[in-house]
Structure formats: C-alpha cells, structure tokens
Design a protein around this ligand. Structure first.
Ligand SMILES: NC(=O)c1ccc[n+]([C@@H]2O[C@H](COP(=O)([O-])OP(=O)(O)OC[C@H]3O[C@@H](n4cnc5c(N)ncnc54)[C@H](O)[C@@H]3O)[C@@H](O)[C@H]2O)c1
Length: 377
C-alpha cells in the first residue's frame, strides 16, 4: 500500500513510518518540522527524512491545500497525525489550534471526498482528552464530572466530585462515556471526530478515530515544553533539577508505549470493515504522576527532588484510563509493553540525546500570567 502520513516526522509518526517500510509499504510524509517539536534546525531522528529509503518526504504545512493535494494524488490511505498538541498552550493560542487541528482536518476530508475519491481508508489520531475527566461510578451510574472549578483547585481540592458533592469511584473510561472536553485542544479533537464520522458515513469511507491515552517512548520531543510529561521530567532529571509535581502527585494517567500505539494504528489501517470506528488505545492501567516520576528518577539515577507543588493548569484533568474492551474486540489490540519495560527503553534512548535548556517553567508561568493555572515558580 502507498500511505500518506501527516505528521510522519513526529514521535508516533516516525515509528509508524519505520514499521510500514519494514512491512514493504511505501510512504509519503507531510510534515512542516514544526520548530516547537524539532528545534530551529531540525535534527530528525529518522534517516528517511533526507530522502533515503523510498520515503517521499514533503516538508509542508497541512494547511497548504496545494501541497496536500499533490501528496494525496498517489496514495491509497491516510494516517492523520499532524496537529498542535499542547493542552495548556491551546488555552491561549485558540485560533491557531482551531486552524491547524480543525480547519486543516476539514480541508483534508474535503479533498478526499471531492478530489481524491480513490482514497478509502483513513486513521485519525484522536485523544482521550475529548472525555475531559475519565469515567467514575456513583452507585450503579456512570458519571463524568464537569471540568474542575479553579477555586477548588486553588484550595488544594483536586478530586472531582459528583454534582451534589458526592465522592466518586474511578473506573476505566469506555467510548460511550459522554465527551466533556476541558481544553481547546480537546475541543478540536472532538470536532475532528464528528467530521470523520460524518464523512465516513456520507462517502462510504473506512475511518478509525483512535483515542490515544498518554503516549510515551523513544523519540518523543524533548524540546516541547507543552506536552509529554516524561520527556519534560527526564530533561530536568538529567540536570538534577527539582521536579514540579503538580497538584498532590496523585493525579493519574494511562501511559501507553509508542510501539503499542503504532500497532493499533496498523490494526485499524489494515482491517477490512468499512464505516466509522472509534476506539480507545492505552495500556488500560492508571499510574499516578508521582509513581511515574519516582520510577523515572530511579532509572535515570537522578538526584532531583520531587516537589509536590499544588500547581495546576486549566484544561488538565485528574484521572483517566482506557477501557480497552472495544479495541480488543474490534481491532484485536492488546498492549504489550509494561510501564517498567517501556520506561527502560525510553531512558536508554534519552541518555543518547543532548541535555536541553528547560522551558517547562516558562510554559507554566505563561499560563499563570493568563490566570490559567497556578505556578509557584
Ligand atoms: N503523544 C501523545 O500522548 C498523544 C496522545 C493523544 C493523541 N495524540 C495525537 O497523536 C498525533 C501525533 O502526536 P505525536 O505525539 O506524535 O506528536 P508530535 O508533535 O511528535 O508529532 C506531530 C508532528 O506533526 C507536525 N506538525 C505539527 N503541525 C503541523 C502542520 N501545521 N503541518 C504539518 N505538520 C505539522 C510536527 O512537526 C510533528 O512532526 C497528534 O495528532 C496528537 O494530537 C498524541
């Protein structure tokens, strides 16, 4: 197959390209090598970016309709990964996030629906962020709490409560959980899902929207201070700088290794089932931020202090982990890499990378200045 991968020079995309090439597929990549991800002078990890190994690399913005049309002309399928990905950043670069994430995705679907009818398959990178808070149980009801009130966060009350202040019991979030985006980034991802579903149904396309949980692993940008908690922590830990653990450290995420995510994309791409599919992709296990920071610190042999700061950001959620029932049933997806193994692989790679000046405190201070969070720093 000849497959177009938007954002194919990025973290998930570059591994996907490698894997597809190994299986004998040919690949076109459209990526603008965004400086926030790749630095001002990109030093891409993947050898194929300089035109070797049969990859057609198009350095272009996905908002460039002409270059996108050229790229779409010869491919049979699309994996759409290019996006702006910073939750906090999206809260003030609102129009830009809509332009890159939503408008460009709309153009992509329009191009496929009207000018590139030969393309029948698309996999879209959605996100667990569309849920907002994960699912909880209250009695026998599934409950999705509203985004947390900043006044409660300011007062150090981090756990979401029921609408009448009841304590809630965290459960794995199923796809049926009603979406309640807490950030502009999440809102764009949710809008993309609606576009994808409507176009799949109207044009008889096979479209899968995969709601990735927190993806981590080798090649995740160590520069981007707006996303990738493990990358941000590891950069500071290598300099033995203190780590700012937000809230009380007990907030949790579902950390899924990039190799599992790449496999999920391939399972979605190569299945033969026309129509629209939305599925959670994660490890299916919650891990607290404190726990992941402690394990990372140990593996890196760092002396960084882990400081529980009470800081928070607008748009962040407390807990969410994936219910994988649907991914197992419809995609045959099973996560294979445990957190310990994945962190080991990540650390081995990190140690081969240059140590970079830390920008994460600046990013948090930006949010605090706009009243979108609290920063002690
Ligand atoms: N990494 C995660 O934890 C995670 C979780 C949920 C969803 N996702 C989604 O998966 C996708 C890939 O994420 P990733 O972690 O690989 O991110 P990444 O930032 O490493 O890769 C994104 C790539 O897109 C490119 N890009 C950005 N804007 C572009 C534009 N306007 N035109 C062309 N290229 C552009 C960047 O240069 C980069 O190479 C994104 O859509 C993201 O929202 C990721």
């Amino acid at each position: 197959m000849h497959i177009l991968i938007t954002g194919g020079a990025g973290f998930i995309g570059s591994w996907l390209v490698d894997s597809l090439l190994l299986q004998g597929h040919s690949v076109t990549v459209v990526d603008n090598l965004s400086p926030q991800i790749h630095g001002q002078v990109p030093r891409p990890e993947a050898a194929w970016l300089d035109g070797r190994d049969g990859v057609n690399f198009v350095r272009a913005d996905i908002r460039d309709a002409v270059r996108m049309d050229e790229a779409l002309a010869n491919v049979e399928a699309v994996v759409h990964l290019a996006a702006e990905t910073g939750t906090g950043q999206s809260m003030y670069q609102i129009a830009h996030y809509y332009e890159v994430n939503q408008q460009a995705t709309a153009w992509l679907f329009e191009a496929i629906a009207t000018r590139h009818r030969h393309i029948k398959k698309l996999v879209h990178a959605s996100s667990r962020s569309i849920y907002g808070e994960g699912a909880y149980r209250l009695g026998d009801q599934l409950v999705v709490p509203a985004p947390r009130d900043p006044a409660r966060l300011q007062a150090g009350q981090f756990e979401p409560l029921g609408s009448k202040g009841e304590a809630l019991h965290l459960i794995a979030t199923p796809e049926e959980s009603p979406p309640f985006p807490a950030s502009i980034y999440a809102a764009t991802k949710l809008a993309n899902e609606a576009t994808a579903r409507i176009c799949a149904e109207a044009y008889g396309l096979q479209v899968a929207a995969l709601r990735f949980q927190n993806v981590y692993g080798e090649r995740q940008s160590l520069r981007n201070p707006y996303t990738g908690i493990l990358s941000i922590f590891s950069n500071r830990m290598r300099q033995n700088l203190p780590i700012n653990i937000f809230e009380d450290g007990l907030e949790s995420r579902d950390f899924v290794h990039v190799s599992d995510v790449v496999r999920s994309i391939e399972l979605a791409l190569f299945r033969e089932a026309p129509g629209y599919l939305v599925a959670n992709i994660g490890a299916g296990v919650p891990t607290t931020v404190m726990q992941v920071a402690s394990e990372l610190k140990q593996l890196l042999g760092s002396t960084s202090e882990l400081n529980i700061s009470g800081d928070f950001r607008a748009g962040d959620i407390r807990h969410c982990y994936a219910d994988l029932t649907r991914a197992r049933e419809l995609l045959g997806f099973e996560p294979k890499v445990s957190l310990r193994e994945g962190l080991g692989r990540f650390v081995n790679w990190v140690l081969t990378q240059p140590v970079l000046a830390d920008q994460s405190q600046k990013a948090q201070a930006e949010l605090a200045r706009l009243g979108l969070g609290r920063s002690a720093g």
